[in-house]
Design a protein around this ligand. Structure first.
Ligand code: SIN
Length: 178
């Protein structure tokens, strides 16, 4: 299909695939680092108590591993809605495992968007995640699903795995009184 477009997923788009795609390939994006620096008002938190989710930040020495999907343009109506809390589409070039370079779109939440939270140390991010939840569920599930998906992709993301370790060290969340 000639008007099909590649989309790079590096966060929930790796493990929560609620959109149709024509083809899916492991891919890497050079010059960007995955960071839990974006607030979530609509999925893993609320406007009053935002959760923390990932965005990409430029970092010359980094390579972000993720999943590339070849999709038809109509899929973006759903994805733009899903990623509406501060993310915009950017054009990038991905590298597939066989070395092929492909033009792609990626959702990035830049500093300055209203939900952006910025850096914090791993223990603080883990505490924040442990305490947050939103309409899409527990913020900790977002982190744990992402860590698991990255392991399946053979990634060694020290940022995500460090926060995962810190979250597990906090222990299980106490049951809530309803
Ligand atoms: C992505 O997964 O590519 C964007 C961030 C997210 O939805 O978690």
């Amino acid at each position: 299909m000639s008007d099909a477009i590649w989309l790079f997923g590096y966060g929930s788009l790796i493990y929560k695939v609620d959109f149709p795609y024509l083809e899916r390939r492991r891919a890497r994006l050079a010059g960007w680092a995955r960071r839990f620096w974006q607030g979530s008002h609509d999925h893993r938190g609320t406007p009053d108590a935002p959760g923390r989710v990932v965005t990409l930040v430029p970092e010359a020495s980094s390579v972000c591993i993720g999943m590339a999907y070849r999709v038809t343009p109509d899929v973006f109506a759903h994805l733009d809605h899903r990623e509406k809390n501060g993310y915009g589409r950017e054009a990038v070039t991905l590298t597939l495992d066989d070395g092929t370079l492909i033009p792609s779109l990626v959702y990035v939440a830049n500093p300055g968007n209203e939900a952006f939270l910025g850096p914090a140390d791993e223990a603080a991010i883990a505490r924040h995640i442990a305490a947050s939840r939103g309409p899409s569920g527990e913020n900790s599930d977002y982190l744990l699903h992402l860590a698991e998906a990255l392991r399946e992709l053979g990634d060694e993301d020290t940022h995500v795995f460090g926060i995962e370790r810190a979250l597990r060290a906090i222990g299980p969340r106490p049951a809530r009184a309803e």
